[in-house]
Design a protein around this ligand. Sequence first.
Ligand code: ADP
Ligand code: MG
Length: 302
Amino acid sequence: MSEKVEEIDERRKQIQEQEQRLRARMSKIRHKVAVISGKGGVGKSTVTVNLAIAFAMHGHANKVGILDADIHGPSVPKMLGLTGQRLQAGPPGIFPVLGSLGIKVVSMDFLLPDENAPVIWRGPLKMTALRQFLSDIVWGELDILLIDLPPGTGDEPLSVAQLLPEMDGVIIVTIPSEVSQIVVKKAVTFARRLGMPIIGIIENMSGFVCPNCGTKVDIFQSGGGKKIADDLAIPFLGSIPIDQKICEDADKGIPFIVAHADSPASKAFMEIVQKIEQFLENKNQKSQHSQPILLKKKEAVK
Ligand SMILES: Nc1ncnc2c1ncn2[C@@H]1O[C@H](COP(=O)(O)OP(=O)(O)O)[C@@H](O)[C@H]1O
Ligand SMILES: [Mg+2]
């Protein structure tokens, strides 16, 4: 009996130590933003990767990180041409893989050699394993870390998000055909359960850009994201059109907004990044009245 109590105490101590280590590891990251979606396949990873690149192009080169926390469908490495890379471990801990524009990437994909291997990530102990893993990562100094959470608003994305300390907020990615009060409300509930502010909604696959003439055609009814954001009093961050090149570049591992900087989708990503920066700046100012410059002081992070 007492042995059991000792075991539990030991376990609790271990978790506390891991949490402390995780906090310390992430303390040099000025802003941490989670990207969520109501379901898979809406472009959550595409948006995460392109926002990361847009941030890097917008004055934060070498200061952007991506945590691909989608345990069962990690796709960030492929989109950044990093498939097959492995995380390097040294005495200080595990180092992220470096991608375009110095983006630091950590993904389950770097750990999983094949479909059969990742038993630890599938079993009941996966959150313990994930906490341990995350507490070993040496991010260094970053201006922003974007976290690609598992799809949906169920237990898994919630458990993963709960592991991460001091998040600044969440971005909700949706598509016109799934835009419904129910999906967005679920995301709002999700953010509330985590105690995180909602930075805003991005409507992806909103209209289609003709590859021949560049004209944008609204295939699905677009604009629903904006309406729902207004109805729920959540900021609307912008719409990303369907662009064949987004898909092609993702498959080839080429950063889309570098390769097609003048496309409407790239411009939309850049505009969205400015809105996110604005949110983070306002948050800084609220949490510390004397903090005028965005992403400059670690102490400004809540
Ligand atoms: N705006 C877009 N235009 C064209 N293809 C897109 C767009 N957004 C996403 N895709 C494609 O849709 C597929 C699913 O996107 P992905 O980011 O993997 O979704 P999720 O992470 O939500 O499951 C990918 O093949 C991706 O290249
Ligand atoms: Mg994904």
